[in-house]
Design a protein around this ligand. Structure first.
Ligand code: SAM
Length: 413
Protein backbone atom coordinates (compact mmCIF):
# COMPACT_ATOMS: atom_id res chain seq x y z
CA UNK A 1 0.00 0.00 0.00
CA UNK A 2 1.04 3.54 -0.69
CA UNK A 3 0.86 6.32 1.79
CA UNK A 4 -1.33 9.18 0.56
CA UNK A 5 1.55 11.56 0.91
CA UNK A 6 3.42 9.51 -1.72
CA UNK A 7 0.69 9.89 -4.27
CA UNK A 8 0.16 12.80 -6.56
CA UNK A 9 -3.56 13.22 -6.31
CA UNK A 10 -3.95 15.69 -9.04
CA UNK A 11 -2.33 15.52 -12.40
CA UNK A 12 -2.75 16.69 -15.91
CA UNK A 13 -4.97 14.73 -18.23
CA UNK A 14 -4.69 16.49 -21.56
CA UNK A 15 -1.91 16.14 -24.09
CA UNK A 16 -0.17 13.26 -22.36
CA UNK A 17 3.04 12.66 -24.31
CA UNK A 18 2.84 8.94 -23.54
CA UNK A 19 -0.20 8.59 -25.73
CA UNK A 20 1.79 7.97 -28.89
CA UNK A 21 3.95 5.36 -27.18
CA UNK A 22 1.06 3.26 -26.09
CA UNK A 23 0.64 0.08 -27.97
CA UNK A 24 -2.72 0.74 -29.49
CA UNK A 25 -3.87 0.02 -32.95
CA UNK A 26 -5.37 3.36 -33.73
CA UNK A 27 -5.34 5.71 -36.65
CA UNK A 28 -3.21 8.82 -36.66
CA UNK A 29 -4.79 11.67 -34.77
CA UNK A 30 -7.18 13.39 -37.13
CA UNK A 31 -7.07 17.15 -37.13
CA UNK A 32 -10.77 17.45 -37.73
CA UNK A 33 -13.28 15.47 -35.76
CA UNK A 34 -15.47 14.95 -38.79
CA UNK A 35 -12.76 13.23 -40.77
CA UNK A 36 -11.40 11.14 -37.93
CA UNK A 37 -11.01 7.63 -39.17
CA UNK A 38 -10.67 4.39 -37.39
CA UNK A 39 -13.40 4.97 -34.88
CA UNK A 40 -16.92 3.78 -34.87
CA UNK A 41 -19.20 5.87 -32.76
CA UNK A 42 -22.03 3.60 -31.88
CA UNK A 43 -24.56 3.19 -29.21
CA UNK A 44 -24.81 0.15 -27.05
CA UNK A 45 -28.10 -1.54 -27.55
CA UNK A 46 -27.83 -3.92 -24.59
CA UNK A 47 -27.28 -1.16 -22.07
CA UNK A 48 -28.14 -2.27 -18.57
CA UNK A 49 -27.42 -1.00 -15.10
CA UNK A 50 -28.39 2.18 -13.32
CA UNK A 51 -27.90 4.41 -16.36
CA UNK A 52 -30.47 7.01 -17.31
CA UNK A 53 -29.01 7.50 -20.80
CA UNK A 54 -27.92 5.06 -23.44
CA UNK A 55 -24.15 4.61 -23.06
CA UNK A 56 -22.19 6.15 -25.91
CA UNK A 57 -19.04 4.24 -26.80
CA UNK A 58 -15.70 4.59 -28.54
CA UNK A 59 -13.27 1.77 -29.24
CA UNK A 60 -9.82 1.24 -30.64
CA UNK A 61 -9.51 0.01 -34.20
CA UNK A 62 -8.80 -3.55 -33.15
CA UNK A 63 -11.61 -3.40 -30.59
CA UNK A 64 -9.33 -4.45 -27.75
CA UNK A 65 -10.24 -1.28 -25.88
CA UNK A 66 -13.64 0.24 -25.42
CA UNK A 67 -14.83 3.17 -23.34
CA UNK A 68 -18.32 4.53 -22.90
CA UNK A 69 -20.09 7.45 -21.29
CA UNK A 70 -22.40 6.17 -18.55
CA UNK A 71 -24.69 8.68 -16.89
CA UNK A 72 -27.08 8.51 -14.00
CA UNK A 73 -28.55 11.97 -13.63
CA UNK A 74 -30.49 11.24 -10.46
CA UNK A 75 -27.38 10.00 -8.60
CA UNK A 76 -26.93 11.28 -5.04
CA UNK A 77 -30.48 12.65 -4.76
CA UNK A 78 -30.43 14.43 -8.09
CA UNK A 79 -26.87 15.72 -8.43
CA UNK A 80 -26.08 13.21 -11.17
CA UNK A 81 -22.85 11.56 -12.24
CA UNK A 82 -21.19 10.64 -15.52
CA UNK A 83 -18.45 8.12 -16.07
CA UNK A 84 -16.24 7.73 -19.11
CA UNK A 85 -14.84 4.28 -18.56
CA UNK A 86 -14.74 0.73 -19.85
CA UNK A 87 -17.82 -1.53 -19.94
CA UNK A 88 -16.26 -4.03 -17.52
CA UNK A 89 -15.65 -1.28 -14.97
CA UNK A 90 -19.19 0.06 -15.49
CA UNK A 91 -20.55 -3.33 -14.44
CA UNK A 92 -18.54 -3.10 -11.22
CA UNK A 93 -19.65 0.49 -10.63
CA UNK A 94 -23.29 -0.55 -10.81
CA UNK A 95 -22.63 -2.93 -7.91
CA UNK A 96 -21.22 -0.24 -5.59
CA UNK A 97 -23.24 0.85 -2.58
CA UNK A 98 -23.24 4.28 -4.23
CA UNK A 99 -25.80 2.78 -6.63
CA UNK A 100 -27.42 0.00 -4.66
CA UNK A 101 -28.16 2.00 -1.49
CA UNK A 102 -29.34 5.57 -2.03
CA UNK A 103 -29.29 6.38 1.69
CA UNK A 104 -25.45 6.47 1.71
CA UNK A 105 -25.78 9.92 0.16
CA UNK A 106 -28.28 11.33 2.66
CA UNK A 107 -25.72 13.54 4.39
CA UNK A 108 -23.45 14.59 1.54
CA UNK A 109 -23.56 17.46 -0.94
CA UNK A 110 -25.27 19.43 1.80
CA UNK A 111 -23.94 22.97 2.06
CA UNK A 112 -26.68 24.66 4.07
CA UNK A 113 -24.62 25.64 7.09
CA UNK A 114 -20.98 24.84 6.32
CA UNK A 115 -18.20 25.82 8.75
CA UNK A 116 -16.64 27.93 5.98
CA UNK A 117 -17.32 30.62 3.44
CA UNK A 118 -15.94 31.20 -0.05
CA UNK A 119 -13.71 34.24 -0.42
CA UNK A 120 -11.79 35.65 -3.34
CA UNK A 121 -8.10 36.10 -2.55
CA UNK A 122 -5.87 38.17 -4.82
CA UNK A 123 -3.50 35.87 -6.72
CA UNK A 124 -5.29 32.67 -5.74
CA UNK A 125 -8.86 33.04 -6.96
CA UNK A 126 -11.53 31.62 -4.68
CA UNK A 127 -10.73 29.74 -1.51
CA UNK A 128 -12.46 28.42 1.60
CA UNK A 129 -12.16 30.23 4.92
CA UNK A 130 -13.23 28.84 8.29
CA UNK A 131 -16.15 30.65 9.92
CA UNK A 132 -16.00 28.59 13.14
CA UNK A 133 -13.23 26.97 15.12
CA UNK A 134 -12.54 23.47 13.82
CA UNK A 135 -10.73 20.63 15.54
CA UNK A 136 -8.83 17.63 14.25
CA UNK A 137 -11.30 15.15 12.79
CA UNK A 138 -14.11 17.68 12.23
CA UNK A 139 -15.80 17.27 8.87
CA UNK A 140 -15.28 20.25 6.58
CA UNK A 141 -17.10 19.07 3.50
CA UNK A 142 -18.23 15.87 1.81
CA UNK A 143 -19.26 15.69 -1.82
CA UNK A 144 -19.74 13.15 -4.59
CA UNK A 145 -18.00 13.41 -7.95
CA UNK A 146 -19.93 14.62 -10.96
CA UNK A 147 -17.42 13.22 -13.46
CA UNK A 148 -15.24 10.11 -13.24
CA UNK A 149 -13.02 9.64 -16.26
CA UNK A 150 -10.59 6.90 -17.09
CA UNK A 151 -7.44 8.54 -18.45
CA UNK A 152 -6.81 5.69 -20.92
CA UNK A 153 -10.03 6.62 -22.71
CA UNK A 154 -8.39 9.82 -23.92
CA UNK A 155 -5.28 8.13 -25.29
CA UNK A 156 -7.26 6.61 -28.15
CA UNK A 157 -7.69 10.04 -29.68
CA UNK A 158 -7.72 13.26 -27.71
CA UNK A 159 -10.10 15.15 -29.97
CA UNK A 160 -12.67 12.40 -29.93
CA UNK A 161 -12.07 11.97 -26.20
CA UNK A 162 -13.02 15.64 -25.76
CA UNK A 163 -16.29 15.03 -27.53
CA UNK A 164 -17.15 12.21 -25.13
CA UNK A 165 -16.11 14.40 -22.24
CA UNK A 166 -18.70 16.92 -23.41
CA UNK A 167 -21.35 14.22 -23.71
CA UNK A 168 -20.52 13.18 -20.14
CA UNK A 169 -21.04 16.67 -18.72
CA UNK A 170 -23.85 17.78 -21.03
CA UNK A 171 -25.99 14.90 -19.80
CA UNK A 172 -25.87 16.11 -16.19
CA UNK A 173 -28.68 18.21 -14.67
CA UNK A 174 -28.36 21.94 -15.42
CA UNK A 175 -27.66 22.85 -11.78
CA UNK A 176 -24.79 20.36 -11.75
CA UNK A 177 -23.39 21.69 -15.01
CA UNK A 178 -23.43 25.16 -13.40
CA UNK A 179 -21.44 23.80 -10.44
CA UNK A 180 -18.83 22.45 -12.84
CA UNK A 181 -18.60 25.72 -14.73
CA UNK A 182 -18.13 27.62 -11.46
CA UNK A 183 -14.90 25.74 -10.73
CA UNK A 184 -11.66 27.36 -11.83
CA UNK A 185 -9.88 26.73 -15.13
CA UNK A 186 -6.25 27.80 -14.98
CA UNK A 187 -5.67 27.76 -18.74
CA UNK A 188 -7.67 28.67 -21.81
CA UNK A 189 -8.80 25.72 -23.91
CA UNK A 190 -11.62 23.23 -23.80
CA UNK A 191 -13.75 24.41 -20.85
CA UNK A 192 -14.42 20.94 -19.48
CA UNK A 193 -10.94 19.55 -20.04
CA UNK A 194 -9.34 22.57 -18.36
CA UNK A 195 -11.62 22.15 -15.37
CA UNK A 196 -10.51 18.54 -15.08
CA UNK A 197 -6.88 19.60 -15.31
CA UNK A 198 -7.27 22.31 -12.69
CA UNK A 199 -9.49 20.48 -10.23
CA UNK A 200 -9.69 16.73 -10.65
CA UNK A 201 -8.16 14.19 -8.32
CA UNK A 202 -6.24 11.40 -9.96
CA UNK A 203 -6.64 7.99 -8.42
CA UNK A 204 -7.03 4.33 -9.12
CA UNK A 205 -10.52 3.02 -9.61
CA UNK A 206 -10.96 -0.71 -10.16
CA UNK A 207 -7.16 -0.77 -10.65
CA UNK A 208 -7.24 1.72 -13.52
CA UNK A 209 -6.26 5.39 -13.42
CA UNK A 210 -9.29 7.66 -13.25
CA UNK A 211 -9.90 11.37 -12.70
CA UNK A 212 -12.57 12.46 -10.21
CA UNK A 213 -14.15 15.90 -10.31
CA UNK A 214 -15.72 17.06 -7.03
CA UNK A 215 -17.19 20.54 -7.53
CA UNK A 216 -17.08 21.78 -3.93
CA UNK A 217 -13.77 20.18 -2.93
CA UNK A 218 -12.39 21.97 -6.01
CA UNK A 219 -12.67 25.27 -4.12
CA UNK A 220 -9.86 24.38 -1.72
CA UNK A 221 -6.47 25.92 -2.43
CA UNK A 222 -3.12 24.25 -2.00
CA UNK A 223 -0.68 24.55 0.89
CA UNK A 224 2.48 22.49 1.44
CA UNK A 225 1.50 22.33 5.13
CA UNK A 226 -2.26 21.86 4.78
CA UNK A 227 -4.66 21.90 7.71
CA UNK A 228 -6.88 19.12 6.36
CA UNK A 229 -6.78 15.51 5.26
CA UNK A 230 -9.19 13.69 3.03
CA UNK A 231 -10.59 10.25 2.32
CA UNK A 232 -12.16 8.96 -0.82
CA UNK A 233 -14.57 6.09 -0.26
CA UNK A 234 -14.47 3.87 -3.33
CA UNK A 235 -17.78 2.23 -2.44
CA UNK A 236 -19.99 5.28 -1.79
CA UNK A 237 -17.81 7.57 -3.96
CA UNK A 238 -17.91 10.14 -1.17
CA UNK A 239 -14.90 12.39 -0.84
CA UNK A 240 -14.65 13.78 2.69
CA UNK A 241 -12.26 16.48 3.90
CA UNK A 242 -11.51 16.79 7.63
CA UNK A 243 -9.53 19.19 9.78
CA UNK A 244 -6.09 17.72 10.57
CA UNK A 245 -5.44 20.29 13.32
CA UNK A 246 -7.23 23.17 15.04
CA UNK A 247 -8.31 25.76 12.48
CA UNK A 248 -9.28 29.21 13.73
CA UNK A 249 -12.14 31.29 12.33
CA UNK A 250 -10.85 33.37 9.42
CA UNK A 251 -8.07 30.92 8.60
CA UNK A 252 -7.90 29.56 5.07
CA UNK A 253 -8.75 25.87 4.71
CA UNK A 254 -6.12 24.15 2.57
CA UNK A 255 -5.23 20.75 1.17
CA UNK A 256 -2.18 19.53 -0.66
CA UNK A 257 -2.25 18.88 -4.40
CA UNK A 258 1.11 17.11 -4.40
CA UNK A 259 3.39 14.83 -2.46
CA UNK A 260 4.55 17.27 0.21
CA UNK A 261 7.52 15.10 1.13
CA UNK A 262 9.61 16.67 -1.62
CA UNK A 263 12.13 19.50 -1.35
CA UNK A 264 10.86 23.04 -1.90
CA UNK A 265 12.27 23.35 -5.44
CA UNK A 266 10.54 20.16 -6.59
CA UNK A 267 7.26 21.04 -4.97
CA UNK A 268 7.27 24.44 -6.60
CA UNK A 269 8.17 23.02 -10.01
CA UNK A 270 5.24 20.55 -9.98
CA UNK A 271 2.79 23.20 -8.79
CA UNK A 272 3.94 25.59 -11.48
CA UNK A 273 3.81 22.98 -14.21
CA UNK A 274 0.49 21.40 -13.38
CA UNK A 275 -1.47 24.19 -11.66
CA UNK A 276 0.28 27.23 -13.11
CA UNK A 277 1.03 29.07 -9.89
CA UNK A 278 4.14 30.10 -7.97
CA UNK A 279 3.65 28.62 -4.55
CA UNK A 280 3.78 31.26 -1.83
CA UNK A 281 2.39 28.96 0.82
CA UNK A 282 3.23 29.07 4.51
CA UNK A 283 6.25 26.84 3.96
CA UNK A 284 7.49 27.96 0.55
CA UNK A 285 7.57 31.60 1.63
CA UNK A 286 9.79 30.99 4.65
CA UNK A 287 13.44 32.05 4.65
CA UNK A 288 16.04 30.09 2.68
CA UNK A 289 17.66 28.71 5.82
CA UNK A 290 14.32 27.64 7.23
CA UNK A 291 13.53 25.87 3.96
CA UNK A 292 16.94 24.18 3.90
CA UNK A 293 16.24 22.83 7.35
CA UNK A 294 12.80 21.66 6.24
CA UNK A 295 14.29 19.96 3.14
CA UNK A 296 16.72 18.09 5.42
CA UNK A 297 13.84 16.95 7.63
CA UNK A 298 11.86 15.84 4.58
CA UNK A 299 14.76 13.74 3.31
CA UNK A 300 15.09 12.15 6.74
CA UNK A 301 11.32 11.51 6.91
CA UNK A 302 11.41 9.72 3.55
CA UNK A 303 14.37 7.65 4.73
CA UNK A 304 12.64 6.64 7.97
CA UNK A 305 9.31 5.89 6.26
CA UNK A 306 11.06 3.64 3.75
CA UNK A 307 12.84 1.63 6.43
CA UNK A 308 9.84 1.38 8.72
CA UNK A 309 7.71 0.04 5.85
CA UNK A 310 10.36 -2.52 4.96
CA UNK A 311 9.39 -5.99 6.21
CA UNK A 312 12.07 -7.88 4.32
CA UNK A 313 14.67 -9.90 6.27
CA UNK A 314 17.24 -7.17 5.70
CA UNK A 315 15.12 -4.43 7.25
CA UNK A 316 17.04 -2.19 9.63
CA UNK A 317 13.92 -0.55 11.12
CA UNK A 318 13.83 0.05 14.88
CA UNK A 319 11.30 1.54 17.32
CA UNK A 320 13.70 4.47 17.80
CA UNK A 321 13.33 5.27 14.10
CA UNK A 322 9.56 5.41 14.51
CA UNK A 323 9.87 7.74 17.52
CA UNK A 324 12.14 10.01 15.47
CA UNK A 325 9.65 9.95 12.58
CA UNK A 326 6.76 11.05 14.81
CA UNK A 327 8.90 13.91 16.19
CA UNK A 328 9.78 15.03 12.66
CA UNK A 329 6.13 14.98 11.51
CA UNK A 330 5.30 17.17 14.50
CA UNK A 331 8.27 19.48 13.97
CA UNK A 332 7.41 19.88 10.29
CA UNK A 333 3.68 20.35 10.93
CA UNK A 334 2.73 17.33 8.82
CA UNK A 335 -0.41 16.76 10.85
CA UNK A 336 -2.09 14.37 8.44
CA UNK A 337 0.69 11.82 8.97
CA UNK A 338 0.71 11.68 12.77
CA UNK A 339 -1.62 8.66 12.75
CA UNK A 340 0.64 6.93 10.25
CA UNK A 341 3.66 7.65 12.46
CA UNK A 342 1.99 5.98 15.42
CA UNK A 343 0.96 3.03 13.27
CA UNK A 344 4.55 2.52 12.12
CA UNK A 345 5.68 2.83 15.75
CA UNK A 346 3.10 0.28 16.93
CA UNK A 347 4.30 -2.18 14.31
CA UNK A 348 7.99 -1.49 14.98
CA UNK A 349 7.57 -2.04 18.73
CA UNK A 350 5.55 -5.18 18.22
CA UNK A 351 8.10 -6.47 15.71
CA UNK A 352 10.65 -6.02 18.47
CA UNK A 353 8.49 -7.82 21.02
CA UNK A 354 7.61 -4.71 23.10
CA UNK A 355 3.92 -5.40 23.49
CA UNK A 356 3.02 -2.56 25.84
CA UNK A 357 4.57 0.16 23.65
CA UNK A 358 2.96 -1.48 20.61
CA UNK A 359 -0.45 -1.20 22.27
CA UNK A 360 0.13 2.41 23.27
CA UNK A 361 0.99 3.46 19.73
CA UNK A 362 -1.84 1.40 18.21
CA UNK A 363 -4.21 3.37 20.44
CA UNK A 364 -2.65 6.68 19.40
CA UNK A 365 -2.74 5.68 15.72
CA UNK A 366 -6.44 4.87 15.93
CA UNK A 367 -7.06 8.14 17.71
CA UNK A 368 -5.02 10.08 15.17
CA UNK A 369 -6.66 8.45 12.19
CA UNK A 370 -4.58 6.68 9.65
CA UNK A 371 -4.91 5.80 6.01
CA UNK A 372 -2.09 4.27 4.01
CA UNK A 373 -3.65 3.11 0.77
CA UNK A 374 -7.00 4.80 0.58
CA UNK A 375 -8.66 2.20 2.77
CA UNK A 376 -9.05 3.52 6.27
CA UNK A 377 -11.12 0.49 7.31
CA UNK A 378 -8.33 -1.94 6.46
CA UNK A 379 -5.71 -0.05 8.43
CA UNK A 380 -8.03 0.43 11.37
CA UNK A 381 -8.97 -3.26 11.49
CA UNK A 382 -5.30 -4.19 11.49
CA UNK A 383 -4.55 -1.70 14.28
CA UNK A 384 -7.48 -2.89 16.37
CA UNK A 385 -6.24 -6.46 16.01
CA UNK A 386 -2.81 -5.31 17.12
CA UNK A 387 -4.20 -3.40 20.09
CA UNK A 388 -6.41 -6.30 21.23
CA UNK A 389 -3.90 -9.06 20.84
CA UNK A 390 -0.37 -7.98 19.92
CA UNK A 391 1.13 -11.45 20.34
CA UNK A 392 -1.12 -13.01 17.72
CA UNK A 393 -0.67 -10.11 15.31
CA UNK A 394 1.36 -10.74 12.14
CA UNK A 395 3.95 -8.19 13.24
CA UNK A 396 4.75 -9.80 16.60
CA UNK A 397 8.51 -10.43 16.80
CA UNK A 398 8.57 -10.26 13.00
CA UNK A 399 11.85 -8.37 12.84
CA UNK A 400 13.44 -10.27 15.74
CA UNK A 401 12.65 -13.59 14.07
CA UNK A 402 14.02 -12.36 10.79
CA UNK A 403 17.17 -11.23 12.55
CA UNK A 404 17.58 -14.65 14.20
CA UNK A 405 16.89 -16.50 11.00
CA UNK A 406 19.41 -14.29 9.28
CA UNK A 407 22.05 -15.17 11.85
CA UNK A 408 21.24 -18.87 11.75
CA UNK A 409 21.35 -18.79 7.97
CA UNK A 410 24.78 -17.24 8.11
CA UNK A 411 25.91 -19.84 10.66
CA UNK A 412 24.85 -22.70 8.45
CA UNK A 413 26.71 -21.35 5.43
C1 SAM B 1 -8.56 23.39 -7.42
S1 SAM B 1 -8.45 25.08 -7.82
C2 SAM B 1 -8.60 25.84 -6.26
C3 SAM B 1 -9.73 26.85 -6.20
C4 SAM B 1 -9.52 28.04 -7.07
N1 SAM B 1 -8.66 29.03 -6.43
C5 SAM B 1 -10.84 28.68 -7.48
O1 SAM B 1 -10.88 29.89 -7.65
O2 SAM B 1 -11.83 27.97 -7.66
C6 SAM B 1 -6.75 25.17 -8.27
C7 SAM B 1 -6.28 26.51 -8.78
O3 SAM B 1 -6.32 27.49 -7.73
C8 SAM B 1 -5.16 28.29 -7.72
N2 SAM B 1 -4.40 27.99 -6.49
C9 SAM B 1 -4.57 26.96 -5.66
N3 SAM B 1 -3.72 27.01 -4.62
C10 SAM B 1 -3.00 28.12 -4.79
C11 SAM B 1 -1.93 28.72 -4.05
N4 SAM B 1 -1.45 28.18 -2.93
N5 SAM B 1 -1.40 29.88 -4.53
C12 SAM B 1 -1.87 30.44 -5.67
N6 SAM B 1 -2.85 29.90 -6.42
C13 SAM B 1 -3.42 28.76 -5.99
C14 SAM B 1 -4.37 27.92 -8.95
O4 SAM B 1 -4.77 28.76 -9.99
C15 SAM B 1 -4.83 26.50 -9.23
O5 SAM B 1 -4.68 26.12 -10.57
Amino acid sequence: GQHPLDVEFRANLSGNPDASQRNLSIEVLASDLNVAEGFDDYEHTQASGPWTHTPECIHSDDKTEEYCVYTNNSFAHGRGISFFTSPTIAVRIAELSAFTNQSVHDNVNNFEDPPWEVRDIPGKGNGLFATRELHRGDLILADTPVGVLQSDAFFLDYLIGYRYLHTAFDRLPDATKDLVMRTAAHSPGDPYMERINTNAFAGEFEDKPHFFLYPETSLINHDCRPNTLYYHDTSTLIHATYASRTILPGEEITITYINILQPRSERRAVLKQTWKFDCQCSLCSRSTSSNQESDTHIARINHLQTHLSDWSPTSIATPAMAEELIKLYELEGIHAAIGLGHMLAALAYNADGDVSMAKKHARLALKGGVVTDGSREKDEDDLRALRESPMTHWSYLARKIQELEGRMGKGRC
